[in-house]
Design a protein around this ligand. Structure first.
Ligand code: SF4
Length: 477
């Protein structure tokens, strides 16, 4: 029987079938959304300034960990097991006052929401006869701004209290985590049984997450998604559609109203007045479409960056003027922030609206941060920011809704609905996270140009899709 990890318990509790699928068919390595220039385990050792310690390693036996803990005052990365559940403990320290346990979190506050996870680790330690007397959590300091030289003491903080992002103290970590300990043996037994089964089918009625689940098409290939459309409607819209007794209902949001009207009007809703008004801002103007790709860094790798800052490394720009459609692009490496700004400003048309999809949740924030990190460009970047228009607002704001969007407002879904020929699936890179992973592996010396080309094609597709959406919207007026 193979050892289980806390991630197995989490998956099993989300859906037992998804756990079975991940074990048998959907074997995939976890994707790190946050780029780390060093592991949290290494950061913990450095932050504590410990020089003499035992360092655990992958695959080590629990007996070895117990021996190490008996012999060393400080131990990092020890592996323990209990009843088939295997855990890694970031740090343990023993002195005359008792046993201190150290956890790490990829967050800017020690979150009480993680206490159930810590409780599983503590349960395993208790089963091994180790009872910590204090519990500390290492977390990233949101106020740290990196200088030329990285300071581990300033970048991280240590707390034995759970804190809200505001700094409000929620209580002692050890007391809260101890209260949350639950014996997981029953779940472990069920998981171990499921692991041995040839299949673990579930019916549509039993499915706890339906289309929200990544495995929906695998579990229910026979379900006609079109016929299943009703499931995409928000609860408020379903209620309004079913309201046979004319009871008083809460007012619908604009986007819910658009979805309801689309359903009642054969599949599409267009608020003609609002759409015409929206298009007025583009009359006789050059319209620029931009999209950025970026990576997020837990520990700031470059001067001027804070924990979890985002660094754009690529842009694509389509320019729709009186002449033919033009395209500009940039793909950098390493600390390419200034190069990115210079390139972006040099090709950006001097006037006219700039469209991005979810502009104010992404591109505008990226440019604002770049302006803070490179104040010499702040004015020009602010001027560019003032010209941004969010293309997504037309859909999110309920001006246009097409049932083929299936309740999703993502650009990929939208382009698939209005122009299925223009598919991301034919590209070597078809998702933002894939782009980030390829970018991380990109190296001038080793790349033969294929990865670079794939990244450029992906970003190009995003702005080209926006142009297509824009032109489609024109046909609806
Ligand atoms: S689609 Fe439903 S039954 Fe299938 S794995 Fe996902 S949540 Fe479980």
């Amino acid at each position: 029987m193979s050892m289980l990890h806390t991630s197995d318990l989490r998956q099993f509790r989300y859906c037992p079938r998804l756990f079975w699928l991940k074990q048998h068919q959907l074997k995939s390595s976890p994707i790190a959304f946050i780029q780390m220039i060093q592991s949290l385990g290494t950061a913990l050792t450095q932050y504590l300034g410990v020089t003499e310690y035992f360092q655990g390693r992958r695959g080590m036996q629990a007996d070895e960990s117990l021996q190490a803990f008996a012999s060393y005052e400080w131990c990092f990365g020890l592996r323990f097991e209990a009843h088939g559940l295997r855990v890694k403990i970031p740090g343990l320290h023993r002195d005359e006052k008792g046993i201190q346990i150290y956890f790490t979190t990829l967050s800017t506050n020690p979150k009480i929401e993680d206490s159930a996870y810590y409780a599983q680790l503590l349960w395993v330690l208790h089963e091994n006869g180790i009872y910590p007397t204090q519990l500390y959590i290492l977390y990233l300091n949101k106020d740290y701004v990196r200088d030329e030289i990285f300071s581990i003491k300033d970048c991280f903080k240590l707390s034995d209290q759970f804190l809200k992002p505001s700094g409000f103290i929620q209580g002692d970590c050890l007391k809260i985590v101890t209260r949350r300990i639950q014996d997981p043996r029953e779940d472990i037994l069920q998981i171990q049984t499921i692991q041995t089964l040839e299949d673990y089918p579930m019916t549509l009625d039993e499915c706890p997450h339906k289309q929200k689940c990544e495995a929906f098409k695998i579990c229910f290939p026979e379900v006609d998604l079109e016929a299943f459309e009703h499931e995409h409607l928000p609860a408020s819209v379903r209620k309004a559609l079913k309201n046979e007794d004319d009871e008083e209902l809460n007012p619908l949001s604009r986007s819910d109203y658009a979805q309801m009207m689309a359903r009642m009007n054969g599949g599409r809703f267009v608020d003609q007045n609002a759409l015409k008004h929206w298009f007025k801002q583009f009359t006789n103007q050059t319209v620029t479409f931009v999209d950025f790709e970026w990576d997020t860094y837990g520990i700031p790798p470059f001067k001027g960056m804070r924990p979890f800052d985002v660094m754009p490394f690529q842009y694509s720009m389509h320019i729709l003027g009186s002449e033919e459609l033009k395209h500009q692009e940039f793909l950098g490496q390493g600390d390419c922030r200034e190069e990115f700004i210079q390139s972006f400003l040099s090709v950006l048309p001097k006037d006219g609206p700039i469209l991005a999809y979810n502009a104010f949740g992404a591109e505008v924030i990226r440019l604002r941060h770049l302006g803070q990190q490179f104040p010499q460009y702040a004015q020009e970047l602010d001027e560019a920011i003032s010209r941004f228009v969010d293309l997504a607002q037309v859909f999110v704001g309920g001006v246009v809704y097409d049932q083929r969007m299936r309740g999703s407002f993502s650009l990929k879904n939208l382009i698939h609905a209005i122009d299925p020929e223009l598919s991301y699936e034919s590209l070597a890179i078809s998702h933002g996270i894939q782009a980030v992973l390829h970018y991380r592996n990109l190296s001038d010396e080793e790349d033969d140009g294929i990865t670079r080309e794939a990244l450029l094609s992906y970003c190009h597709m995003d702005t080209f899709a926006m142009v297509k959406v824009f032109e489609w919207l024109k046909t609806l007026i």
